[in-house]
Design a binder for this molecule. Sequence first.
Ligand SMILES: C[S@@+](CC[C@H](N)C(=O)[O-])C[C@H]1O[C@@H](n2cnc3c(N)ncnc32)[C@H](O)[C@@H]1O
Length: 393
Amino acid sequence: MYIALLGRQPALGMAELERVYGTVRWFSHDTALIDTASFDVQRLGGTIKGGVVIRELGSTDWRKASMQLVKLYTDKWSDTSGKITVGISAHGFTIGARDVQRTAHILKSKLKNRGINMRSVPNEQPALRSASSHHNKLGLSPNKVELLVIRGHNGNVIIAESTGAQNITALARRDQERPARDAFVGMLPPKLAQIMVNLAAPQQRDVTVDTPSPTLLDPFCGTGVLLQEALLLGLHVYGTDLSEKMIRYSRDNINWLQNKNQFQGQWQLETADATDHTWHQPINVVATETYLGQPFGSPPTKEKLAEVRHTCDTIITKFLQNIGRQLTSGTPLCLAVPAWNDGHDNFTHLPLLHKLNQLGYQPVPFSHVTAKDLLYYRPGQVVARELLVLTKI
Ligand SMILES: C[S@@+](CC[C@H](N)C(=O)[O-])C[C@H]1O[C@@H](n2cnc3c(N)ncnc32)[C@H](O)[C@@H]1O
């Protein structure tokens, strides 16, 4: 069993886990347990760290949990040769960084008594930042370990060994260093793009010559963020956009990605209006951040909002009607569509959300999150992205 530490909007990470792994459940408001034999945090946009569960301690407090941890790892590492680098991260306890440091110190001196050399990664907070975990390569080899001590909503505590943290350096590089960026079409964060690809195409895969990989279509591809993440996740991609400039941007960005990363998937791009285009087949998966209307720095007037909402609703409805005629039944889709925040977390949604069935699509049911949880936004942002996870009927 694995435990996942979820990102800033835990429901999005939970939906992704549920879709990819099936058997998952909440452990606390931002952690989830996953019943799986293998777990790769680098393939997930909504999980910050993952770890294999080593011990379930039942309901306990930090002091008792840390004593058990010291005992467990003094015994477990008593035959280790060479130096061990250890980070300890506590989640869900009302303690400070010093409490965690103290536990690390006790473990270090107990191991020293047994002739084992331990280096501890200093905590600035009770839990190590994922950048620090990643930088120290914790969880990536037997001698570099991060112990996760996590308290669930029922008071039960789990000790897990991290199997790695999200590579936020690589994610930030893909976000900030790609050559073609355009603030006006929006900047889909790569993590959200990964979540969307996984919501649409949940099977874990590695493209090899013998395994045909699905083709993912992004019909509003813009600068190609979603296409890039899908290529890195092992899919073939097909991007189209109304704007020639955006197709050029996507091409520049994918060429740049190809110079920096290895991927086997093929890619094709073309200029096309998503409301009436006929795409080449096969299209196995659709994932796209649709037209979101103009960006707003502050909530628009009622009239302006009605106008933008109508424009977006018309374009996206026409697109769904058009592509619906070209998809085979059962094709999965993940769309990010706009919803507008009035500044108090009251959202205005698109009218088409009530017509999805009529348009020939069925929402994918989730057991652990509700549809209204699948809303991605930052504080102060007016235009939120509402994720629709659908199947073509
Ligand atoms: C929110 S942006 C998508 C940004 C993209 N996710 C990225 O990585 O840059 C929406 C895109 O839809 C395109 N668009 C608007 N109307 C369209 C239409 N009718 N058909 C195809 N693309 C359209 C715009 O040119 C814009 O690039």
